[in-house]
Design a protein around this ligand. Sequence first.
Ligand SMILES: *Cc1c(COP(=O)(O)O)cnc(C)c1O
Length: 450
Amino acid sequence: MLYISTRGQTRPHNFSEAVEVGLATDGGLFLPEKLPSIADKLAGWEALSYPQLAAEFLTLFAPEIPNAEWHSLTRQAYSHFDSPDVAPLKKITDKTYVLELWHGPTLAFKDFALQLLGLLYKRQVKLKGKKLAVLGATSGDTGSAAIHGCMGQDGIQIFILYPNGRVAPLQERQMACTGAANVFAMPVPGTFDDAQRVVKECFGDQAFVSAVNLSAVNSINIARVLAQCVYYIWAWLKLPEEARATVEFVVPTGNFGNVMAGWLCQQMGLPCGGFRVATNQNDILHRFFSTGEYKQGDVNPSHAPSMDIQAASNFERYLYYMLGGDQRLVRETMVRMKSGDRVTLPHASSSFRSSRMDDETIPKVISQMWQDWQYVIDPHTACAFTDMAKDRVSVVLSTASPAKFPEVVQAATGSEPTHPSLELLKSKPLQTYPLEATSEAVKAFLRAHA
Ligand SMILES: *Cc1c(COP(=O)(O)O)cnc(C)c1O
């Protein structure tokens, strides 16, 4: 199985190479050259545990890693989840289920991909006998999940930049209180965009990249999308048979990575009804799916910060399929999107619906869900609970634990949500490495520590 770039100007890579470099050198995103069919495999997967299902699925995409090794990798990756189901599917009503994706170490769905990615990095380090320095910028969830995927792994050091004072206090603690010697949580002045720019500049220096063997952790790695496919199949297999063919997956969306994984499953033959892209007030994707027009605006901070984006980085993968795999057209369209042009695209797929939720509505929905069903949800998940399909079953993907957002949730339900792992963090010392927001400062720091 080979991986091609959406922009067509990078040679095809195998899975391990595509995972290691993350972004293609032509600026594009990796996709499997051809999608395997899973339609005839579903019946045989029915009785598997979550890690077993993940191993069988991932073997289709990276046969160069032996199936037995995949089983060992996924068993380890999901051993730190606090639910035996890993991704439990909770029934709320006959028509509504919630897929809880927050039983991993950092209590958000990003653990599904990043627990595995940490182990894949470790495998590469062992194969090549060369230490790896992982560098990324975060506005919260990706950084903490990446740190928890890499901490304590031999041969790996992880450096995460974040905007000082602009990540949630608990998210900062998840990054800065691990006590692991290979973890560096680095607050920098400014916004997430400043942190991101510094990281990009570091990767622009080829000599530096090879000197410290630098690898990027970000939201566009193909391993992340593939790892996320597994829980769509898992949820589908757990549904009553009569609900499966029409089920609508409702996905709180920011960078389009999560819902992209679900859509790929459908392209591979998972017979489901479709998807609803649920946005907050930063609704570029809702506007796209309701009008066909993609136009970037300004970001307005919301109660659901992990969905506060203005350019959905994984959208380029969907664009590739919408444009019929024409890589020249992808390149041209991306240039127009980046420049802030209004871009109108063919409405290729009827698989998607979309919705948007105002910031004022989020606490009201949390409160209503609590009153009606005694079920507590976080502000990201809340964005899903609008415009529910009436004629079929919905599976809402719950992307974070309510305990990660105690203020909003307490105000809405009257009691503070807690989680033992977060309570433990509150008493641990914070270890951060504050730096200036310049690539010189970051490079000097990495040279000294990597
Ligand atoms: C990252 C994140 C999202 C958005 O996921 P995308 O893949 O970017 O669409 C939603 N909710 C939470 C809690 C997240 O951490």
